[in-house]
Ligand binder design. Structure first.
Ligand SMILES: Cc1cc2nc3c(=O)[nH]c(=O)nc-3n(C[C@H](O)[C@H](O)[C@H](O)COP(=O)(O)OP(=O)(O)OC[C@H]3O[C@@H](n4cnc5c(N)ncnc54)[C@H](O)[C@@H]3O)c2cc1C
Ligand code: FES
Length: 256
């Protein structure tokens, strides 16, 4: 475990938090799709760290962005500037980084590892289009993150919003697919709720294009010893550990 210091904190209501953390080893080594196990330093509640994807790196610092869903994420959200966190990482295997063209499909907080991926593509001049789906007005602030990618993005909201596509990110993506051609060498990258990933995997029009998904499973240790993150292999030959075999997988390797 390493020690990281909170340098900046932003919050959107009580549900969404972003921290900038100073810890140079993670900032220098993290790759898009990798994650860190994070826990508050004081006390033993909760005992286990929580896995959070790296969103961005900047100098000797890196950013996390998360949704408060339970006890662990709530305790992390209560920490303030200057507090120290215990961080382990960067962990896991990230996304492949050299497609000829990329399509990125994010659902809600699933934007976190994909933002890092898109920043890498932008820096390395890999063409990409970003699709983001949010559930409601409260989550609409996430669309602002995409302004860093000038023009190469579309968004949807499940609540009617003036000027926005009304529906899920999958229906937005399907409507884009009707008018667009994907050249050989294209790749699709996704992270979001399980139902969204399943719908994407089943989409006929992208059957021949490799789809990489980043999974959010429960994790105990984060490095392969506790078995809490097991998911079934698609060929019925056992299990993957999401923490060390993933969290990014080719969708066709998994059981859906
Ligand atoms: C590799 C990886 C990267 C992740 N990156 C991010 C990220 O960047 N931002 C982010 O917001 N979240 C991310 N998550 C999910 C995050 O780790 C969980 O939401 C968090 O561990 C929940 O902890 P908790 O103590 O707050 O909730 P708990 O008290 O453990 O659970 C509260 C509720 O949330 C549900 N829940 C718990 N874990 C998950 C989960 N993984 N998926 C769906 N529902 C869950 C439980 O069933 C329960 O209903 C990531 C998960 C993984 C595996
Ligand atoms: S989280 Fe412990 S084995 Fe994966």
């Amino acid at each position: 475990m390493r020690e990281a210091i909170i340098e900046e904190k932003k919050s959107w209501g009580e549900r969404f938090i972003q921290l900038k953390l100073k810890e140079e080893e993670i900032a220098h080594c993290a790759q898009p799709g990798q994650f860190v196990m994070v826990r508050a330093q004081k006390g033993f509640d909760p005992l286990l760290g929580r896995p959070l994807a790296v969103m961005k790196v900047e100098g000797d610092s890196f950013y996390l962005f998360w949704e408060v869903v339970g006890r662990g994420t709530k305790i992390l959200a209560s920490l303030n500037l200057g507090s120290k966190l215990e961080v382990l990482g960067p962990l896991g295997k990230g996304f492949s980084l050299s497609p000829s063209q990329a399509l990125i499909v994010a659902g809600g907080r699933g934007i976190t590892p994909l933002y890092f991926l898109a920043s890498h593509f932008k820096k390395n001049e890999v063409p990409f289009t970003f699709f983001l789906g949010v559930k409601n007005k409260e989550e609409l602030f996430m669309v602002d993150f995409l302004q860093d990618f000038s023009g190469a993005y579309f968004w949807s909201c499940e609540e009617p919003i003036e000027g926005g596509f009304c529906g899920t990110v999958i229906s937005l993506f399907q409507s884009w697919l009707k008018d667009n051609y994907l050249p050989p060498g294209s790749r699709i990258y996704s992270c979001g709720p399980e139902g969204m990933l399943k719908s994407l995997y089943r989409e006929e029009k992208i059957r021949d294009i490799p789809l990489e998904v980043s999974l959010e499973t429960f994790m105990g240790c984060g490095f392969g010893v506790c078995m809490s993150c097991a998911v079934e292999k698609g060929n019925d030959e056992g299990y993957f550990h999401v923490c060390k075999d993933g969290p990014v997988f080719l969708a066709r390797e998994l059981k859906w």
